[in-house]
Design a protein around this ligand. Structure first.
Ligand code: TRP
Ligand code: CA
Ligand code: ZN
Length: 312
């Protein structure tokens, strides 16, 4: 058979041109790193309104062991199932009551490299827990839903997690890491944690445990001209702690809890010097009014950026 191709074309190219062999994946154009979408903050706020309603309908909180916690898991799981995630509810026991972690998987090209992002979904008993930690939970949820909307085809596999019983001592996340076999732990290339990302008197803190993960966030904030500080309050105080102990690289964002904003911090970030970053921390007033929407928006967009950037 005669191939009507120019004489200097290689044999392989001739076969390709003649349609006789499939184009190997490696011959495709180099992947262009698609930019993360802008996360609509109105969607994140809608999740917070729903979590607040759930608390109101269930005695005012979403604490471990309560009907409000169960309803929170049900709300997120339904959204994730509808979006095409593979969801798992993992049970554990703490204080004599059953707790639940919610895990949502989105497979990538490589099942042996997993990028994780998570947030605790439980509140304390004294309030609805909208900044602590509806904010992180809703930002992770809306990022996961954006992955589905964009039908992201990442190189690494993505796993989103919502932890139970953080407020009882980071119980759910520790259970997850402890029960994970060593070979599964080794697949996790990084864990990103989001615990309080809409504080009403916000600071912009980036976990400084891993330089490469930290840089993804600090570069993002530099790009929108928002100064950040390395998080010094974070160490060991949220769900990344168990991942860190297991030797997994961790990163994350935090807008501040009960400690006081300094004059220098108010100068660069706005807000009120001498007040707590979150004056309603662990209080009944941690409701939908206890959110700085600008901080919630920036941190949600930074979260999405980190997922797109780090999943390849
Ligand atoms: N984990 C704490 C809580 O949920 C909040 C908190 C305090 C925190 N300091 C922190 C979270 C530093 C992240 C980093 O109540
Ligand atoms: Ca946004
Ligand atoms: Zn918290």
């Amino acid at each position: 058979m005669k191939l009507s191709v120019p004489i200097r074309v290689t044999a392989a190219a001739a076969l390709l041109a003649a349609g006789l062999v499939a184009v190997p994946a490696a011959a495709a154009a180099p992947p262009t790193a698609a930019a993360a979408p802008d996360i609509p903050v109105a969607n994140v706020q809608a999740h917070l309104a729903e979590l607040n309603s759930i608390a109101e309908a269930n005695g005012g909180n979403r604490a471990h062991g309560s009907a409000g916690y169960q309803a929170s898991v049900d709300y997120l799981k339904a959204k994730l199932d509808e979006a095409g995630f593979t969801t798992t509810v993992q049970e554990f026991t703490s204080g004599g009551q059953t707790g639940y972690n919610l895990i949502a998987d989105w497979p990538g090209a490589d099942p042996d490299q997993v990028l994780m992002a998570g947030a605790h979904l439980d509140s304390v008993g004294s309030g609805a827990g909208i900044n602590d930690n509806g904010s992180g939970s809703a930002a992770v949820l809306e990022t996961a839903l954006a992955v589905s909307r964009e039908q992201l085809a990442p190189a690494k596999s993505l796993r989103f997690a919502w932890w139970g019983a953080e407020e009882l001592g980071m119980v759910g996340s520790r259970h997850y890491v402890d029960q994970l076999p060593a070979d599964e732990q080794a697949k996790i290339s990084g864990y990103l944690n989001f615990d309080m990302v809409g504080s009403p008197n916000a600071g912009y803190f980036v976990y400084d445990d891993d330089p490469a993960l930290e840089k993804v966030f600090t570069d993002y904030f530099a790009g929108i001209d928002v100064p950040t500080e390395a998080d010094t309050e974070a160490d060991g105080r949220s769900d990344h702690a168990s991942f860190l102990s297991a030797g997994i690289p961790v990163g994350g964002l935090f807008t501040g809890a009960g400690s006081t904003k300094s004059a220098e911090q108010a100068e660069k970030w706005g807000g009120t010097a001498g007040d707590s970053f979150d004056p309603c921390y662990h209080s009944a007033c941690d409701d939908t009014a206890n959110i700085d929407e600008t901080a919630l928006d920036r941190n949600s967009d930074a979260l999405a950026h980190s997922i797109w950037e780090l999943s390849g």
